[in-house]
Design a protein around this ligand. Structure first.
Ligand code: GTP
Ligand code: MG
Length: 270
């Protein structure tokens, strides 16, 4: 950038950086997707095509940004995990956040017609935030929080729309029927009243979408102490396995229990 007497205005720029050696999660969310999904006649409660279009946009983000090692999506939101020592954009928050939101949004629009055969009625908008998490435990709990949310919402929404669509009740009546019910009662309503076995529904609806890169999961190792675990991660890194290379896989698996993380120790390596 050429120097001029106007260059001093750069001094006003605010360089807000991610904390060093800290995990970061960018979460994006569709703006007013209640309206967007109605306008585009999304199937209720889950529109497979729309969810796959979301996944394709997240895959593009990961292909654009190799330091994103994991993504998790449900409904109109996606979370992206950045490895703790990413040097991306000199760790400037605004640049990282805007790149994720912009890459995701444009890929969503770009891929739309591959998944949905209804024309886009207006441009979808996504907002985003970035949060730093100092410990692997925070990262685990963050993603568990999102997947629990997926489960709770999906069970509620599946029951709600069964009562409305199959049961012929109004939305107000459906709310009332479900008010105060626990999970087992919703399973019962679905099975007994509507013949729906919740457990057999599409895994993408129940668990959300999990994007990681090859290599395929390693065999699970017994818990062998912090030192050996550290050595194992060092070796993986030396072998070039740090979650930043390889093709992106789209999975619908449990990320609350230990297995997923034990099979991919690089995700939580510090
Ligand atoms: P803001 O995010 O606050 O702007 O509002 P929002 O309308 O986007 O609501 P929110 O993000 O809380 O929830 C997402 C909404 O998107 C859901 O409530 C649904 O209405 C809609 N949605 C997301 N995925 C689907 C889907 O697969 N099918 C249908 N029918 N609707 C969906
Ligand atoms: Mg939204």
């Amino acid at each position: 950038m050429a120097n001029s007497r106007f260059g001093y205005v750069r001094e006003f720029e605010d360089y807000d950086r991610l904390l060093p050696s800290t995990f970061s999660v960018v979460r994006i969310d569709g703006q007013s997707f209640h309206r967007f999904s109605d306008t585009h006649q999304f199937a209720k409660p889950n529109d497979k095509r729309a969810l796959e279009c979301m996944n394709s946009a997240a895959q593009f983000v990961m292909e654009e940004m190799e330091d994103v090692t994991l993504a998790f999506g449900e409904s109109d939101e996606f979370s992206f995990l950045l490895r703790p020592d990413t040097p991306l954009y000199d760790r400037r928050k605004a640049k990282i956040l805007t790149k994720v939101v912009s890459a995701f949004t444009s890929a969503f629009v770009y891929n739309w017609s591959r998944y949905l055969n209804i024309p886009l009625a207006y441009p979808p908008v996504f907002d985003g935030r970035v949060v730093t998490y100092p410990l692997p435990k925070h990262v685990r709990d963050y993603f568990a929080w999102r997947q629990v949310d997926t489960h709770i919402n999906n069970l509620y929404n599946t029951s709600f729309w069964a009562i409305v669509q199959q049961g012929g009740k109004t939305e107000r009546e459906a709310h009332k029927i479900l008010q105060g019910t626990v999970s087992a009662q919703k399973h019962d309503i679905l099975y007994k009243d509507y013949g729906i076995n919740y457990n057999t529904l599409d895994e993408m609806y129940k668990k959300g979408s999990v994007l990681v890169r090859d290599p395929p999961p390693l065999p699970e190792v017994p818990k062998d102490g912090a030192y050996k675990e550290k050595k194992r991660i060092e070796k993986l890194r030396k072998d070039g396995i740090d979650g930043t290379r390889g093709s992106v896989q789209i999975l619908h698996v449990d990320i609350i229990k230990d297995d997923f993380w034990n099979q991919r120790p690089w995700l939580l390596a510090q």
